[in-house]
Design a protein around this ligand. Structure first.
Ligand code: NAD
Length: 492
């Protein structure tokens, strides 16, 4: 704990002193207007830094820089691009602990998870570095009259807009494949967690990524974010955030016919049948909603548990939830830290009242409290006695907040699981493999884990159905978005 505090102290002092600028064309620059906004720590509401507040002018500057850098980045030998992206991965690894402690202070998410997230950011770069040499791969389909060849070319400069949860890792998940594809990038990080984005841009520059290839513009969604989605030089928008923001971006991008890729909200079910390995299921249920403060798109925020075991399973679950350690995010023992922002704390707590009004029971937690630093802490919350039509069973809370819904049988479980607007992930626990596959097939969700918690494997497709997203990331799927498929025919 002390080691983390000691590591964070000089970084935070420097941050406060220097503030956070945009990163455009290889340089840290203030907003053209000179405007800034303040970013504060969720631990104690202390000012972390003044941040450049971007607007359409700053976006134009960054998009122009990305457009100018595009041709030479596109035409760089893929092996060279691979080398540079590996160097970015090396640099992230070398600074992983600095990044992790800054993320903890900036977001409130616990060190035990953020330390791993920083390493995963490096892995994202490494994985896509190795894909540089195959990004342009196509296929040959000769016909009687022609040699037909399809190939892929990068789409151009792209915009990447990211949310405040696990911000560093999530941004690498979009930026690394874009760069590997040969696109240049303008990144608009979330205004509630802007601290580490500048590290990525600076580390990339130090690793040899040419100026203009990766630009960062800070600011608010309705201002800088909107301008990015409307800019004519930006060919596509990779967005991670709320479903309603995705709708807005689609409308904003329509006049310039933006290609969009959306990773949006979720209300993911974990379904526990009575024939499951219940101890392992219990571990997974706890982990998948109470890790990362529950501020995690893939969190299983609905527990669907078979009626025959509902009472005993929920009682064991309640004991586990009561034992969770809420504390300072830099303490390695902490499982849950303060929530990102006072407005988010208020939103999460509002669902306690909503649950009660709808007739559900707050079995555990539900109250804000003054944890270390006095910031935005809330007790991990377990809601029981819920039914499918209640708001706590339908709406994304995005906190350490789990709603338990009993079900009768397989058909009932599937019906309840699918009866939401979202469709990101689903988790199924059962000893019957036939049933596991049947349920997986029937669930309306982009990703299903059977007898497992969420473990990310980079070559596999990541993305949601329904209001949870459009498109897939991961492996070659990422290149479907960041590249155009081009067809060439030559007469025989
Ligand atoms: P948000 O939609 O409020 O903001 C996300 C980003 O969009 C921010 O950078 C914001 O500034 C920007 N933005 C807001 N309005 C905009 C506009 N009109 N035009 C352009 N940009 C705009 O989301 P959030 O609260 O930061 O993040 C939490 C949400 O993200 C949750 O719903 C969560 O489920 C989702 N999420 C999804 C995934 C996934 O992979 N599916 C991953 C992480 C988070």
């Amino acid at each position: 704990y002390k080691a983390n505090l000691d590591r964070a102290a000089p970084l935070l002092a420097k941050l406060k002193d220097e503030g956070i600028g945009h990163f455009i064309d290889g340089k840290v620059v203030p907003a053209i207007s000179g405007a800034t906004f303040e970013t504060k720590s969720p631990i104690d509401n202390a000012l972390l830094a003044k941040v450049a507040r971007g607007n359409a002018e700053d976006i134009d500057r960054a998009a122009t820089s990305a457009a100018l850098a595009f041709k030479s980045w596109r035409d760089m030998a893929p092996a060279m691009r691979r080398k540079l992206l590996h160097r970015v991965a090396d640099a992230i690894e070398a600074h992983a602990d600095d990044i992790a402690v800054l993320e903890c202070v900036d977001t409130g998410q616990a060190y035990r998870f953020m330390a791993k997230a920083a390493i995963r950011a490096a892995e994202n770069f490494r994985f896509f570095a190795d894909k540089c040499t195959e990004a342009r791969d196509g296929q040959s389909t000769p016909s009687d009259e022609h040699w037909n060849i399809s190939t892929r070319v990068p789409i151009g400069p792209v915009g990447v807009i990211t949310p405040w949860n696990t911000p560093f890792m999530l941004s690498t998940w979009k930026i690394a494949p874009a760069l590997a594809a040969g696109c240049t990038v303008v990144h608009k990080p979330a205004e509630w967690s802007p601290v580490t984005a500048q590290w990525l841009a600076k580390l990339a520059k130090d690793a040899g990524i040419p100026d203009g290839v990766l630009n960062t513009v800070h600011g608010f969604g309705e201002e800088a974010g909107k301008a990015l989605t409307e800019h004519s030089a930006i060919k596509a928008i990779g967005f991670v955030g709320e479903s309603s923001t995705g709708s807005a971006i689609m409308a904003q991008g329509a006049p310039t016919l933006k290609r969009v890729h959306f990773e949006l909200g979720g209300k993911n079910p974990v379904i526990v049948f009575d024939d499951a390995d219940l101890e392992r299921a219990l571990d997974a249920v706890v982990f998948m909603i109470y890790s990362l403060n529950g501020e995690r798109c893939t969190s299983s925020s609905r527990l669907l548990v078979q009626q025959s075991i509902a009472e005993t399973f929920t009682a064991k679950l309640a004991a586990r939830v009561r034992a969770l350690k809420v504390g300072h995010p830099l303490d390695p023992a902490t499982e849950i830290g303060p929530l990102i922002h006072e407005r988010h704390l208020a939103k999460v707590c509002s669902y306690v009242d909503i649950a009660r009004q709808d007739g559900a029971i707050i079995a555990v937690g539900g109250k804000p409290f003054a944890g270390p630093g006095g910031g935005h802490y809330v007790e991990p919350t377990l809601v029981t006695g819920a039914s499918q039509t209640m708001r706590v069973a339908q709406e994304e809370v995005f906190g350490p907040f789990l709603t338990v819904i009993p079900f009768r049988d397989e058909a009932d479980a599937i019906a309840i699981a699918n009866d939401v607007q979202y469709g990101l992930t689903g988790y199924v626990w059962t000893g019957d493999m036939g049933r596991a596959l049947r349920v997986a097939d029937a669930l309306e969700a982009g990703m299903i884990w059977l007898n497992s918690e969420n473990v990310r494997h980079l070559p596999t497709p990541f993305g949601g159905m329904k209001a949870s997203g459009i498109g897939r990331d991961g492996g070659d799927y990422s290149f479907d978005f960041y590249m155009e498929t081009k067809h060439v025919s030559l007469a025989r």
